[in-house]
Design a protein around this ligand. Structure first.
Ligand code: NAD
Ligand code: WQD
Length: 343
């Protein structure tokens, strides 16, 4: 299939490209390189031993976007491009609505114009907000707690309306829980531009000695050990979910939201312990007060993914920590330098 991948140069996009290329799909990456990097795409080419074209464009540039559709004539789109930092979205809500919502509208218009009617969209568990019950199933009440979460919810809704307006469009809205880890090779991984706000990249930088200690936000939650509990999903499992989704989205008219997680919770302290084991390093940490906006527990219900996509997570937290450490050790500066340190 010819698949146009927006945001393909980013963390989840690069891992997904490898899976798509291995299945011999033709891909075109559309990316403005605001956070993704051309170097990451070169590493994808090496790992997949396959080539593909890249179109540098912002989603909101309708002229460039239409050009990419005209040249490539995609049969489906996987839509990763967007901004993703929850705290930043509170400071700059209009940027988030512009990039994530207005960008998605331009994308759907281009799809419509070029008769490309299949889309897989990167949504987020943050659409649910505070749990009324756990695990979250896809029918759980939607009440996002940040402009970022709302930008995902609004985009889900506009995709739903768009599909309903066509006789033969289809969409899969993948609600990721907490994506972590890196490709098993350690060649590609998450490359935060500043001090990471997410747990795993922060732990990795503490293990590497780049940051002095980890601040654990809250030790008094109603969880096994008092620290926050999350459903971490290995990015390679997540990449496979996109393959399953894009193939299922080819099967007729539908618009389905599907959780992507393992169905298992891991606490912050459990993750620290696992990472210390995987890296052989000490992870100094200090427990402080809760971070504003955090919830105690977030766990995915995963039966819908199994039923509709025949997909389930296969990798556990050992693989998540080992691969994240391999990536951290091999590319301590991410993609910003050619320097790749041997492990
Ligand atoms: P990322 O920042 O690594 O990748 C995003 C990519 O999109 C980058 O290559 C960036 O250059 C590109 N991009 C951003 N805005 C663009 C625009 N306007 N036009 C063209 N390209 C643009 O992020 P990621 O972690 O790979 O996340 C991918 C998607 O998954 C995002 O939509 C994100 O909201 C969603 N998501 C991520 C997580 C997570 O924890 N990583 C969790 C849930 C959902
Ligand atoms: C996990 C746990 C923290 C950092 C966010 C977004 C979500 C999705 C994934 C995009 C919590 C604790 C963290 C630290 C800590 N992204 N923690 N010290 O907040 O569950 O989800 O990323 O869609 O939308 O909200 O992920 O990795 O930030 O936090 O103690 O330095 O680790 O309090 O319990 P979160 P996270």
């Amino acid at each position: 299939m010819r698949i146009l991948v927006t945001g393909g140069a980013g963390y989840i996009g690069t891992h997904t490209l490898i899976v798509l290329l291995r299945e011999r799909h033709d891909v075109l990456v559309v990316d403005n390189f605001s956070s993704g990097s051309p170097e990451a795409l070169d590493r994808v080419r090496q790992l997949a031993n396959a080539d593909f074209e890249v179109f540098e464009a912002d989603l909101r540039d309708s002229v460039r976007l239409n050009e990419s559709f005209a040249v490539f004539r995609p049969e489906a789109v996987i839509h990763f491009a967007g901004l993703k930092a929850v705290a930043e979205s509170v400071e700059k809500p209009l940027d988030y609505y512009s990039q994530n919502v207005a960008g998605s509208i331009e994308l759907l218009k281009a799809m419509e114009r070029h008769n490309c009617l299949r889309i897989v969209f990167s949504s987020s568990a943050s659409v649910y907000g505070i749990a009324e019950y756990l695990p979250f199933d896809e029918d759980h009440r939607i009440k996002p707690m940040s402009p970022y979460g709302r930008s995902k919810y609004f985009t889900e809704e506009l995709i739903r309306d768009w599909v309903a307006s066509k006789s033969d469009a289809s969409a899969v809205l993948l609600r990721y829980f907490n994506p972590v880890g890196a490709h098993a090779s350690g060649m590609i991984g998450e490359d935060p531009s500043s001090v990471p706000s997410n747990l795993l990249p922060h732990i990795a930088q503490v293990a590497a000695g780049e940051l002095a200690e980890l601040t654990v936000f809250g030790g008094d939650y109603d969880t096994r050990d008092g620290t926050g509990e999350r459903d971490f999903i290995h990015v390679e499992d997540l990449a496979r979910a996109h393959l399953a989704a894009v193939e299922s989205a080819t099967n007729g008219r539908c618009c389905e939201a599907i959780n992507v997680g393992t169905g298992q919770g891991v606490t912050v302290l459990e993750m620290i312990e696992c990472f210390a084991r995987a890296s052989g390093r000490k992870i100094p940490y200090r427990i402080t007060s809760r971070r504003s906006g955090d919830v105690a527990r977030s766990i995915a219900g995963v039966t819908k993914a199994k039923r509709l996509l025949n997909w389930r997570a296969e990798l556990g937290i050992d693989e998540m920590c080992e691969s994240a450490w391999r990536w951290q050790s091999r590319s301590p500066f991410g993609y910003t330098t050619e320097q790749v340190r041997a492990t």
